[in-house]
Design a binder for this molecule. Structure first.
Ligand code: NAD
Length: 290
């Protein structure tokens, strides 16, 4: 397949490299990042998109996606598919999909989970919104870049799944960390706390698979001085997107709102930037009841 790839940063570069390895012809454009081996460099986003069967974008946010879409949609050939893999707000995802449809193109929002490790290993999970036809066109590429692609529904459904999942993740991480900090103050051994909770009704992915307490549970960023992993500022980005969506859809999400406020405080005022999102535990450790 002929593929245009726009945004070859930490995630986009290894994703594009995996497509090249499987014999696809990839033309890339990025404002700053170098091209991975085997990707031909275009001088503009429009040039990277012209004549391609599929154009993939992997960009920082919705405003940048909208700007890039304005440029590439008129350059794409009729019937081609614009597939955005960035994490962006649901409204931007839907607006870009509408704009693509009006130009006779297919469009997918296909955010990922799995991080840079998953992008490099080709084991990402794609959550996809858009038509079945567009999904089926891009599916062979999802199968190269990832281990699973779930067609979640119409445009915006992929982003909706992503931010709902990550809202649960942020809230659960905070609950797990504050419970450890309380257990400490009650004199409960952390290993005993893990042994009980990981097999009781308080179990969760954050406790069982990504335990925020160093030396407890399977290996996690806590065992590596809280180096990310999944950085707190990226969790904050996703929590802000979920609150933006909650406001726009008139949904009541008090726990998500509180999680956003806590990560905001942690990232902006408490040194959490650049630390894994499980570093909420040492944050809680230092604090008292008020
Ligand atoms: P990144 O900052 O490393 O890469 C983004 C790239 O986009 C950069 O190379 C930048 O130069 C390029 N860019 C910015 N504006 C551009 C423009 N107008 N035209 C062309 N290129 C432009 O970010 P990343 O970590 O690769 O993340 C990309 C997306 O994936 C984000 O939406 C992020 O939320 C999402 N995501 C990241 C992770 C992760 O662990 N890093 C995990 C899941 C999802």
């Amino acid at each position: 397949m002929k593929i245009g790839f726009i945004g070859l940063g930490n995630m986009g570069a290894p994703m594009a490299a995996n497509l090249v390895k499987e014999g696809h012809e990839v033309t890339g454009f990025d404002l700053a990042a170098p091209m991975p081996e085997g990707v031909s460099k275009a001088d503009t986003a429009a040039a990277a998109a012209a004549g391609q069967d599929v154009v993939i974008t992997m960009l920082p946010n919705g405003a940048i996606l909208r700007a890039v879409a304005d440029e590439v949609i008129p350059a794409m050939k009729p019937g081609a598919v614009l597939c955005d893999c960035s994490t962006v707000d649901v409204d931007s995802a839907r607006a870009v999909a509408d704009q693509a449809a009006a130009a006779g193109l297919g469009a997918l929002d296909a955010p990922v989970s799995g991080g840079v490790g998953g992008a490099t290993a080709g084991t990402l999970t794609f959550m996809v919104g858009g038509s079945a036809d567009a999904f089926n066109t891009v599916k062979p590429l999802f199968d190269i870049m990832g281990q699973k692609a779930v067609h979640c529904g119409a445009s915006g459904a992929g982003q909706a799944a992503k931010i709902c999942n990550n809202m649960i993740l942020g809230v659960t991480m905070i609950a797990t960390c504050e419970a450890f900090a309380l257990a400490d103050k009650l004199g409960l051994d952390r290993q005993k706390m893990f042994d009980v909770v990981s097999t009781s009704s308080g179990y969760s992915w954050t406790m069982n698979a990504y335990c925020p307490a160093p030396g407890v549970g399977p290996q996690s960023p806590a065992d590596n001085d809280y180096k990310p992993g999944f950085a707190s500022e990226l969790m904050l980005k996703d929590l802000r997107l979920s609150q933006q969506a909650a406001e726009s859809a008139d949904a009541d999400t008090p726990m998500g709102q509180l999680a956003k406020a806590l990560y905001e405080q942690f990232v902006e005022n408490e040194g959490g930037k650049g630390m894994d999102f499980s570093a909420m535990l040492p944050r809680f450790e230092k604090r008292g009841h008020n």
